[in-house]
Structures are given as C-alpha cells and as structure tokens.
Ligand binder design. Structure first.
Ligand SMILES: [Zn+2]
Length: 108
C-alpha cells in the first residue's frame, strides 16, 4: 500500500500521520484506533502497526470522513441519521470502496 504523507481532499491538503501503536492514533491516548480524521486540523492518523489490508481500509475510511466533513450537504445528511448510523455508513462505504479499488488495480 502506498503511504501518502499528504492527501488533497476536495482541494484541502491533509497531512497523513502514521503511528505504530494504535493508542497513539488517538491524540488523547484513550482508545486504540485503526484511524482517525481530524478535519479541523486537516489531519488523518493511521495505525501502521496493523496489516496492510487494515491500513488500506483505515485510510479509505478516514478519506470518506474527510470528504463528508468537506461537503456541507453530506454533513447535514449525516447529522440527520445520527452518529452510530453515520459511522456504520462510513464503515460500509469504506469496505466496499476499498474492495472495488483493489479489484480494479487502482490500489495496492
Ligand atoms: Zn469512522
């Protein structure tokens, strides 16, 4: 998997930071995470201690969060469906998009 240091997401430059320890992905160190998107800081944090496949899925997952954060219409829709469904939707989209990218040689 490519490990980009920056990503241009809808015109916004995000830094991508990698941490071996999943606890370090959470800036507060409270819970182990595969990934985290902090759009206000234009930052995506990924656990590099997980498998290549999990890192790929996490990166796609956090990119989807960033896209939603950059798009006011999607932000409004996500507020309506609530946080749990929002996370479930992002997780499902990330898994399906990641699989499609890999099957078509667009990733890895
Ligand atoms: Zn998420």
């Amino acid at each position: 998997m490519k490990k980009p240091k920056t990503l241009n997401i809808l015109g916004a430059k995000y830094r991508v930071l990698y941490f071996k320890d999943p606890l370090e992905v959470d800036p507060d160190g409270r819970e182990p995470l595969f990934g985290l998107c902090r759009s206000t800081l234009r930052e995506i944090r990924i656990c590099s201690g997980s498998s290549e496949s999990d890192q790929h899925d996490a990166l796609v997952h956090e990119i989807i969060h960033a896209v939603i954060d950059q798009c006011p219409l999607l932000g409004e829709i996500m507020k309506k469906i609530g946080e749990d469904d929002h996370e479930a939707l992002v997780g499902t989209l990330a898994t399906l998009l990641s699989d499609t990218l890999i099957r078509n040689g667009l990733s890895r």
